[in-house]
Design a protein. Structure first.
Length: 103
């Protein structure tokens, strides 16, 4: 169903299930990884992208430069959490996200 796909940008799209793995805490951490002026080296950024890619079960190969993937995921994740907040569904972190998926 197309309505489950969240816009990600840069040619990436994410399902609601994929976006349901993480919460606001992880979004803030990812924001720090992507923020200009923050010292995050290429290997660290690649490790973060690999971890997210594997955890959410994203199909296809991770691009050589993971910044586009991480930026698209951040954009889609933020929109997903904001929609949930409007509906009164606050997901604090990945533990809360797992709990929500079980119910």
């Amino acid at each position: 169903d197309v309505s489950e796909w969240g816009a990600g940008g840069a040619g990436f799209a994410f399902t609601a299930a994929q976006l349901g793995h993480y919460g606001e805490h992880e979004l803030r951490v990812l924001e720090d990884v992507l923020r200009d002026g923050v010292e995050v080296d290429g290997p660290t950024r690649l490790a973060v992208a690999r971890r997210i890619h594997a955890r959410i079960g994203y199909p296809g190969a991770l691009p050589a430069d993971p910044r586009g993937f991480l930026t698209a995921f951040y954009t889609a994740q933020r929109a997903h959490l904001e929609r949930g907040r409007l509906l009164g569904q606050i997901t604090a972190d990945k533990r809360a996200a797992r709990e929500r998926q079980r119910t």
